[in-house]
Design a protein. Structure first.
Length: 360
C-alpha cells in the first residue's frame, strides 16, 4: 500500500484547488496571534464586528471574482454601487417609498443598466477591461453628482430605515452587546448562488473558459460576446446590492462614499486564489480572502497603527498575491514548454550512424 501517495493526495485535497486550505490556516493563525497579543480580540463581539464589516466587501468581491476569472479587472463596481444606491434613496425620499423589495428592484435595475454599458463596450470593441472600467468609473461618478445630486441624506426611507436596525443575532457577553446584522443573510445567499452558478451552469463554465483562452472558448461553442455582456450586467447587479447594504447598515446615503476602496476588494480576491491571468478562482477562497483582509485591518486598528499604514498593508498583500501567482505561472509554463522533468530521448542508432557519416 502506497501510504505516501495517499498522504500527498489528502494534503492536496485539504489545500484546495485555489489554496483555500492554506488561506484558512493563515486566517486561524492571525486570529490566534492576535488573541495572544490582545485577549479582547478573541471575543464574540469582536468576531461579529469583523463579520459585519465583511458583508459589503464580500458582496463586492463576488462581482470582482467573476470578472477576474474571465481574465479582466473591474474598478467601476464601487461607482456603480453608489450610483444605484443613492439614486434609489433619492427616488424613495423625493417621490415615493416603493418598499424594501421595490427599492432593491430599482437598485438592481440601475446596476444592471450601468453594467450593461461596461459589457457592451468591452465585448463589442474588445478594449482592455481595466481602461474601460476606469473610464466608466469617472463617467458614472460625474453623472451621479451632476444629474442625480450631491446632497448628503441623513434619513433613509422608512422601509430601508426599518431594516437598518434589524439584527439576526443579538447577544450580551460580559456587558458588551454582540449583534449580527440582517444583511449578513443576503450576503451568504449570494455566496451560495454565485458558487452554484460558477460550478454548475454553462454560463459559469463559459466564464472560466473565456478566462483560460478566449479564442479556445469561442471554438468550443461558447458565445463569448453574449457571456461577457451578461457577466457585466450580473456584476453591476451585485454592486447595486452591495451599495444598498452599505447604505442600509450606515443608516444614511451619500454620493461621495465607496469610491476609492477598490484596492481592498481586488486584494482580497487575488489573495483568495483568483488568478489575475484568468480561468481560476472560487467563492470559498474569495470569502477567506475578505476575512483575512478584515482581520488584518481590525488587528492594525487595535494595535494603534495609523490608517495610512493599513492601506500600505493591503497594498503589500496585493503585491504578494500577484507575485506568487506570477512565479507559479512562470514555473508551470517552463515545465510545459521545455519539459525539464523529462529526460532527453536517446538518439536512434541509425540516425547516429548517419550523423557520424556526415561528419566524416
Amino acid at each position: 500500500m502506497n501510504t505516501s501517495g495517499s498522504s500527498v493526495s489528502v494534503l492536496r485535497r485539504l489545500r484546495g484547488a485555489n489554496n483555500e486550505g492554506v488561506l484558512a490556516l493563515i486566517l486561524i493563525g492571525l486570529v490566534l496571534a492576535m488573541s495572544a497579543a490582545n485577549p479582547a480580540f478573541f471575543t464574540l463581539p469582536t468576531m461579529f464586528a469583523i463579520v459585519r464589516s465583511s458583508i459589503v466587501p464580500l458582496i463586492f468581491a463576488l462581482g470582482v471574482l467573476i470578472v477576474i476569472i474571465s481574465g479582466g479587472i473591474d474598478v467601476s463596481f464601487a461607482a456603480i454601487a453608489v450610483f444605484a444606491a443613492y439614486t434609489t434613496v433619492r427616488f424613495s425620499t423625493s417621490i415615493t417609498d416603493p418598499g424594501l423589495i421595490g427599492a432593491f428592484a430599482l437598485a438592481l435595475l440601475v446596476g444592471a443598466g450601468l453594467g450593461l454599458v461596461n459589457g457592451a463596450v468591452i465585448a463589442r470593441f474588445k478594449l482592455p477591461t481595466l481602461i474601460v472600467t476606469l473610464g466608466t468609473q469617472g463617467i458614472f461618478k460625474g453623472a451621479l453628482l451632476t444629474y442625480i445630486g450631491s446632497r448628503y441624506i441623513a434619513d433613509l426611507p422608512g422601509s430601508m430605515a426599518a431594516v437598518s436596525t434589524t439584527n439576526v443575532v443579538e447577544i450580551s457577553v460580559d456587558g458588551r452587546d454582540a449583534y449580527l446584522h440582517v444583511m449578513a443573510v443576503p450576503a451568504l445567499l449570494l455566496c451560495l448562488a454565485v458558487a452554484w452558478m460558477l460550478r454548475r451552469t454553462m454560463f459559469g463554465r463559459g466564464i472560466y473558459a473565456i478566462g483560460g483562452d478566449q479564442e479556445a472558448a469561442r471554438r468550443a461553442g461558447f458565445r463569448v460576446v453574449r457571456i461577457q455582456v451578461l457577466m457585466y450586467v450580473l456584476v453591476g447587479m451585485l454592486a447595486a446590492v452591495g451599495g444598498m447594504a452599505y447604505q442600509i447598515m450606515g443608516r444614511s446615503s451619500s454620493p461621495q462614499e465607496l469610491v476609492g476602496g477598490e484596492l481592498d476588494i481586488i486584494a482580497a480576491v487575488v489573495l483568495g486564489g483568483a488568478s489575475i491571468f484568468g480561468g481560476r478562482g472560487s467563492v470559498l477562497g474569495t470569502t477567506l480572502g475578505v476575512l483575512v483582509v478584515q482581520v488584518i485591518g481590525n488587528s492594525l486598528i487595535l494595535a494603534g497603527v495609523p490608517s495610512a499604514w493599513q492601506r500600505a498593508a493591503v497594498g503589500g498583500l496585493l503585491i504578494v498575491g500577484v507575485g506568487v501567482q506570477a512565479l507559479a505561472a512562470k514555473k508551470s509554463g517552463r515545465r510545459v514548454h521545455t519539459n525539464v522533468d523529462d529526460p532527453a530521448p536517446e538518439p536512434e542508432p541509425e540516425a547516429e550512424r548517419e550523423r557520424e557519416g556526415a561528419r566524416a
